[in-house]
Design a protein around this ligand. Structure first.
Ligand code: DMJ
Length: 770
């Protein structure tokens, strides 16, 4: 959208370096060398496997390596016999679309261009397009739902509903998963002449648009593909939603259809009103968007400044990008998740390209050589901390620098492309880059598709958008309009955020957010131009307290892993499930509570099954604290919450701390922990088989082992004996219970907790916790 021609070498020369005409050249060479190292390693050690394992120097072949759960759904055995698209393999519809279909289409477009220019590729007979079409047809069964929202997974050979497909039971999908099809599917329709793909992608977008929260104009993170109800109602611009917004904007650019821009503009206004608190991007409730639902940001949101550049909204783009840069300075790379005070929340770094992508867009928009230096720092860090003999390895934890045996394909498809383009003047490129739009996986599709191809049958989007237009609805404002007489506007903006993460100068976001209530009550909307900034002193303003997550102490920022340790036979302490803690209730990290977990007992007073037991409760529908109070009142002595999202697990998803509702939680005194659904399934399976299972809830670092465990188990045996004797002696005196955090999780308590969560569901709104 910004098409200024900038002489990179000259600008670089204006920057810090004196000898920089050659600096960009050297960097370009370095980036090519890095790409060769990464791609060459893949070809040498991994091809035809799906991905390279850069530490083992071999390929990752699905089924031959330990299953990594959902991550593996992005692998399709696609290169097993060079390329087969009909393997009996369940793949992610979203990932296969953006990685494989997008890759085939982008490659076809380039091959076709070379062929047309004469010389090279004269042998090419649209083979890649034919493969793309076949793959498109293999993805189509996923759209066989009454709503039109696609299933998240499909079996490439058997589709979704075939008994052999091993998929089709899923009921939910993420917003980005359903809303990131239009670029590839429309391109496929227009290149192949078959409108069916574009029709399906448009229908899915129509549903998401219709199901947006009409008051806030925000969407949630996960939606039910059958009844179109939101399953997770938190709203942000990162994981789960990100490329839905990206594709609305880019669908307008690629297809020239105003409906996508209109929708994007309306969502964008909402994002700027509720989610963007420069330099932060928060997550809020779609129904109650003045409430922030978590105190951390995920690294996927780093693409957003780039999208803001496409929108022409440079100021917040510069602000957020600067914040991200400071985080990378502090931690070398963007951690997968980091707190609003820029501490590590989840230390993994998967070599994600989003920060490089935004850096590229900002440089092209501003021409400020500062962004070349940012790019240079990305290159240096990759070489210093991720380069290994067989490629580049993801970082398991930015705090320790340990590597992971993983190099995702987006590292090749996106990272090097954005870095190379950052340092290359567009006149040096073999194509006019402004004639193309990048898919979310950085594959190039030509914007000529909107005009040179006949419109597809049935590609009219059915859901109208009412809107007000202004000067910038369809065009980007020029720099002079945005920043009159200030050629160093970018620096001026950045300077306010210079010391964001510096010691002793931590940035403190506003604990109170003032939001004009009117837009929530009225359907009237304004097309975004300059976002109406939140004013702190404003007549008629509605003051809403952000859940006090944004100003907390260092200890609270770091989520301390907890565990649920199964100690009764046959587990004997060997089954340990990683769990997340709660910000309310009994603090399990306090030494005085944990030293002798079996000594502080609570009496059982009453015949209710739940009493004296640790309860299991399913997450969802209402807030954690509502369930916590209910279960506490019923006599439970602790609660294990279990995630309701199928397949979630503590390896792939960062632990988080369950939070209260903003009001005092002093009345809640029980211990609470949270298990993702895979870990939860281990526990419920154990309960099904053994009915009573003794568990400890405790911080991971104090997990029992060795002599302590033996001692506990000895006492446990004694306790069990006493219990057996007691059972033989009806009406005998009750034995002391095992303590506040070591107790039985029984099938009875499961029953009680299930009931509890059901009744808790009905009386409050959706769960505010992430
Ligand atoms: C890429 O696969 C795509 O950009 C996707 O939209 C989200 N991010 C990953 C890489 O981090």
């Amino acid at each position: 959208v910004y098409t200024e021609t900038v002489d990179v070498s000259e600008l670089w020369a204006c920057g810090a370096s004196n000898n920089t005409g050659s600096a960009t050249g050297q960097l370009k060479d370095q980036i090519i060398e890095m790409f060769d190292h990464a791609y060459g390693s893949y070809m040498k050690y991994a091809y035809p496997a799906d991905e390279l394992m850069p530490l083992s120097c071999r390929g990752r072949v699905r089924g031959q390596e330990p299953n990594r759960g959902d991550i593996d759904d992005s692998l399709g055995k696609k290169a097993m016999t060079d390329v087969r698209l009909d393997n009996d393999v369940v793949v992610s519809v979203f990932e296969t679309n953006i990685r494989v279909l997008g890759g085939l289409l982008g490659a076809h477009v380039m091959a076709d261009l070379l062929r047309q220019r004469g010389g090279r590729m004269q042998w090419y007979r649209d083979e890649l397009l034919h493969m793309a079409k076949e793959l498109g047809h293999r993805l189509l069964p996923a759209f066989n739902t009454t709503s039109g929202l696609p299933y998240p997974k499909v079996n490439l050979r058997y589709g979704v509903l075939n008994p052999l497909s091993r998929t089709g039971t899923e009921s939910d999908t993420c917003t980005a998963c359903a809303g990131t099809m239009i670029l590839e599917f429309a391109a496929l329709s227009r290149l192949s002449g078959d409108s069916i793909f574009e029709e399906h992608a448009r229908k899915a977008l129509d549903v998401l648009w219709q199901r947006r929260q009409k008051g806030s104009d925000l969407v949630g993170t996960v939606i039910n593909i059958h009844n179109e109800e939101w399953v997770r109602r938190e709203s942000g611009v990162g994981a789960g939603i990100d490329s839905y917004y990206e594709y609305l904007m880019k669908a307008y650019i690629l297809l020239g259809d105003n409906v996508f821009l209109d929708r994007f503009n309306i969502h964008y206004s909402a994002i700027m009103k509720y989610i963007s608190q420069p330099p932060l991007l928060l997550n809020v409730h779609m129904h109650n968007p003045t409430v922030s639902v978590r105190s951390w940001m995920d690294s996927l949101l780093a693409f957003f400044p780039g999208l803001q550049v496409l929108r022409g909204d440079l100021k917040p783009a510069i602000e957020t990008h600067e914040m991200l840069y400071q985080v990378t300075k502090q931690h070398k790379f963007l951690p997968e998740a980091f707190t609003t005070e820029f501490r590590v929340h989840w230390g993994q770094h998967l070599l994600r390209p989003e920060f490089a992508e935004s850096t590229y867009y900002l440089y092209k928009a501003t021409g400020d050589p500062y962004y070349l230096r940012v790019g240079q720092s990305i290159v240096e860090k990759l070489n210093a901390y991720a380069r290994v003999p067989c490629g580049f390895a993801a970082v398991q934890d930015v705090r320790t620098g340990t590597h992971e045996d993983r190099m995702d394909s987006f590292f090749l498809a996106e990272m090097f492309k954005y870095l190379y383009l950052l340092f290359t003047d567009k006149s040096q490129l073999p194509i006019d880059i402004d004639d193309y739009i990048f898919t979310t996986e950085a594959h190039l599709l030509p914007v000529s598709l909107s005009t040179t191809q006949p419109p597809c049958r049935g590609n009219n989007t059915t859901v109208p958008v009412s809107k007000e237009e202004d000067l910038f609805t369809h065009t980007c404002p020029s720099m002079e309009t945005l920043f009159p007489n200030n050629p160093s506007f970018a620096k001026t903006i950045r300077d306010s955020y210079k010391y964001l993460t510096g010691v002793g100068r931590a940035f403190h976001p506003l604990p109170i957010r003032c939001v004009d209530k009117q837009p929530l009550q009225s359907a009237a909307r304004k097309t975004f131009n300059a976002p109406k900034r939140v004013s702190t002193v404003h007549k008629g303003v509605y003051r809403v307290k952000l859940v006090a997550e944004v100003s907390h102490t260092a200890e609270e920022d770091e989520v301390m892993p907890h565990v649920v340790q199964l100690i009764s036979p046959p587990f004997l302490g060997r089954t340990v499930l990683t769990a997340g803690p709660a910000k309310f209730g009994l603090d399990l990290t306090k030494q005085e509570h944990g030293a002798s977990p079996y000594t502080a007992c609570e009496p059982i007073d009453g015949a209710v099954d739940l009493k004296g037991h640790i309860a299991l409760a399913l997450r969802g529908e209402c807030m954690f604290v509502v369930k916590a109070r209910w279960l506490q009142q019923a006599g439970a002595i602790g609660v294990i919450f279990i995630d309701h999202r199928e397949g979630s697990n503590s390896q792939d998803t960062p632990l988080f701390q369950m939070v209260g509702d903003g009001d005092s939680t002093k009345d809640i005194t029980l211990p609470f922990v949270f298990l993702f659904s895979r870990e939860g399934a281990v526990l419920t399976a154990a309960l099904e088989e053994h009915h009573n299972v003794d568990v400890l809830l405790l911080p991971k670092e104090r997990q029992l082992g060795g002599p302590t465990l033996e001692f506990v188990l000895e006492n446990q045996e004694l306790f069990l004996k006493e219990e057996e004797e007691e059972e033989e002696e009806p009406g005998g005196p009750q034995k002391p219970q095992q303590g506040q955090f070591g107790s039985k999780a029984s099938d009875q308590s499961k029953q009680c907790s299930a009931d509890s969560s059901q009744s808790a569901n009905s009386d409050r709104g959706p769960d505010a916790s992430p």
